[in-house]
Design a protein around this ligand. Structure first.
Ligand SMILES: Cc1cc2nc3c(=O)[nH]c(=O)nc-3n(C[C@H](O)[C@H](O)[C@H](O)COP(=O)(O)OP(=O)(O)OC[C@H]3O[C@@H](n4cnc5c(N)ncnc54)[C@H](O)[C@@H]3O)c2cc1C
Length: 475
């Protein structure tokens, strides 16, 4: 066993006693995941205030062979940010104190922020300069830029602006030996060799700790047109997506689909949420157009496109938001799904992406696969349809879950059968949440030996002693 007492003492001296937590009660919020499903031991939680302190922590831990686990807002849905229950207990480096917005260059469409900035704070700061930071997701009030980058987070804006990887220009990273790599360039063109930032985006803190980023900003859309409609089925929703893409081009900013059971849970478990349509239909889509001007024209375009879809028999019902309050209310329904599911029972969240055209087949076949294991089990579908990313969630009530003889085996079997369907359709089991702990067995199962070997080569080159978030990503 590694005696961490000297390390803790050194960390307190270097970073400050108030920034090093070791009492069990203080550690608890950092060692358990958002839904209270996973827990793991930590030697300490350290909260640095600047990049030099992060580098010092990494060096001190490396000197004693103690692993380091970077942590952002701890909103991971795949147990990504909490310690494993095996190996040496890590020091958690929680970035929450590094929340400075260093610089906004509106003319360049860029802003430099520290990794611990909460996503919502970044969006608001950009908006104050009439700019948009385009990554948006349900956890934006608590997830951090460092966590978004390390998981290459997606969310509801990907259909127009891409995922986090597409919205970053530069990074500052602390490497495994404590070296600080300053790659905080604010350039849209730079062909000087390997684009190193991409090594650290989406690799979940296994190659370095991101301490700051230069983010890409867009013109701030001030005009929006939003509708909530009930397509006859996912294939119809896909056809309607095509109609919107043809009619609205890059103004199409969100195309989100949920199924009836998911909407029911939101209505039942989140106060203030109501079914926007007269009936509870099987499928529901939120579609939004956005631009810097032309609000009336967009509202007309939205209506015409929906009418066009209705003429083709693709829609049961629809409602257009007629003001900002209605628009916010409809978005709140979409953003309430995780909260509702947490309160309602045990949803086995999956994170598959398939080619957009294959989403209806994915939903149909995954439903059959799940029902072959548990007939008639409730299934929740939350799809970023425009990106081909469908969270297909086999759902158990708390009672049903407690009655299972082996819940862990059930969770693994459910995830595997859903992921198998995605794989057969040339898709992936991990689209936007990261691999975390729940996805690790799937890496071994689906990734080719050649791909895993390449990843190991990169990991060994950057972190030869395997001290940065060990036991993640690469089985
Ligand atoms: C209500 C809700 C809705 C959500 N909706 C979406 C969604 O639509 N789309 C989506 O993509 N995700 C979604 N998520 C998942 C989650 O919010 C994202 O994965 C988010 O990007 C995680 O950010 P975080 O700061 O909480 O990171 P954490 O959970 O703290 O960490 C995630 C991973 O990143 C690593 N990490 C964190 N910070 C750093 C750093 N500075 N340097 C290196 N590694 C680091 C951690 O070690 C861990 O492996 C949702 C979660 C919730 C609770």
């Amino acid at each position: 066993m590694n005696d961490v007492t000297p390390l803790i003492a050194a960390l307190k001296t270097e970073i400050g006693a108030d920034a090093v937590l070791t009492d069990a009660a203080d550690l608890a919020p950092f060692t358990e995941d958002w839904r209270g499903r996973y827990k793991g031991p930590a030697a300490a939680v350290v909260q640095p205030s600047n990049t030099a302190q992060v580098a010092a922590i990494v060096r001190l831990c490396a000197a004693r062979g103690v692993p380091v686990l970077p942590q952002g807002g701890n909103t991971s849905l795949c147990a990504g940010a909490i310690p494993r229950n095996e190996g040496v207990a890590p020091v958690i480096v929680n970035l929450a104190r590094m929340r400075r917005i260093r610089h906004i260059d509106a003319a360049n469409g860029s802003m430099e922020v520290e990794a611990g900035c909460v996503l919502k704070t970044v969006q608001d700061a950009a908006a104050a300069e009439n700019r948009l930071y385009a990554v948006s997701l349900g956890a934006e009030g608590s997830c951090q830029i460092g966590g978004n980058l390390s998981t290459n987070a997606g969310g509801t804006g990907v259909v127009r602006y891409g995922n986090t990887r597409d919205n970053v220009l530069g990074l500052e990273v602390v490497l495994a030996d404590g070296t600080v790599w300053n790659g905080l360039r604010a350039l849209r063109k730079d062909n000087t060799g390997l684009d190193l930032k991409h090594l650290f985006i989406g690799t979940e803190g296994t190659l370095g700790i991101i301490t700051a980023a230069t983010l890409k900003l867009h013109p701030l859309p001030t005009q929006h047109a939003l509708a909530w409609f009930a397509p006859s089925d996912p294939a119809a929703a896909l056809q309607i997506l095509g109609l919107f893409q043809a009619a609205c081009g890059s103004r199409l900013s969100a195309f989100e689909m949920i199924n009836r059971r998911q909407l029911e849970l939101v209505i039942q478990h989140v106060p203030g949420r109501r079914n926007p349509l007269g009936e509870l239909h099987e499928w529901h889509v939120l579609v939004e157009l956005a631009d810097t001007s032309g609000g009336d024209e967009m509202a007309a375009l939205l209506q015409q496109t929906l009418e066009h879809a209705a003429e083709q028999g693709l829609i049961h019902d629809a409602i257009l938001a007629s003001n900002e309050t209605q628009r916010a209310t409809l978005w709140e329904i979409r953003h309430s799904v995780s909260e509702a599911n947490k309160k309602a029972g045990v949803g086995l969240t999956t994170d598959c992406a398939v080619p957009v055209s294959a989403v209806p087949a994915f939903i149909e076949r995954a439903t059959q696969a799940v029902h072959a294991i548990v007939p008639a089990l409730d299934i929740l579908v939350v799809a970023h349809l425009g990106d081909g990313n469908a969270h297909f969630i086999p759902f158990f009530t708390f009672d049903a879950w407690r009655e299972l003889a082996d819940p862990a085996a059930m969770a693994a079997a459910m995830r595997r059968c859903v992921n198998d369907v995605a794989h057969e359709l040339h898709g992936t089991f991990s689209a936007e949440h990261g691999v975390g702990q729940t996805g690790l067995p799937e890496m071994a199962h689906y990734k080719s030996p050649a791909e895993l070997a390449l990843m190991r080569t990169v990991k060994t080159a950057l972190d030869p002693r395997n001290l940065l978030n060990p036991g993640r990503l690469i089985p």
